[in-house]
Design a protein around this ligand. Structure first.
Ligand code: SF4
Ligand code: SF4
Length: 119
């Protein structure tokens, strides 16, 4: 089903795909940023759930274990929103929580498992 097309056409909701893991004839996962009128957004989410699509809102949070982090910067290269950056003066990792969209892409990139998600 062309979900993002239906969201745009039927609900006037724009879906910005942050991450997609979709394989033919298998369950897929999309991380999307939805924007539109609040009533249309709620109707769009209701419609997706009526189509047996599991919708999880991003109320989860990323957590960085500062004791484990070695400030290698690997996670900053994968972060699509620049929530993770290296301070140009100290070369230490900076996490700007307000920019994080909880796409989880940084988690597997960390070589010391310093990044986790709070459910
Ligand atoms: S989950 Fe990680 S990669 Fe995704 S936006 Fe947040 S900090 Fe960046
Ligand atoms: S990848 Fe891990 S160790 Fe490297 S800067 Fe990011 S959180 Fe720190």
């Amino acid at each position: 089903m062309p979900i993002t097309y239906r969201l745009a056409k039927d609900f006037n909701v724009a879906a910005n795909i942050i991450r997609a893991q979709v394989a033919p004839n298998q369950i897929g996962t999309l991380v999307v940023e939805l924007s539109g009128d609040i009533d249309e957004l709620e109707a769009a989410i209701e419609w997706m759930r009526s189509q047996e699509i599991t919708v999880l809102l991003a109320s989860r949070e990323i957590s960085i274990d500062e004791d484990s982090c070695v400030h290698c910067g690997l996670c900053t290269g994968i972060c699509p929103t620049e929530a993770l950056t290296l301070d140009k003066d100290t070369f230490k990792l900076t996490f700007t929580r307000s920019r994080c969209i909880v796409c989880e892409q940084c988690i597997p990139t960390c070589p010391v498992n310093a990044i986790s998600i709070n459910l």
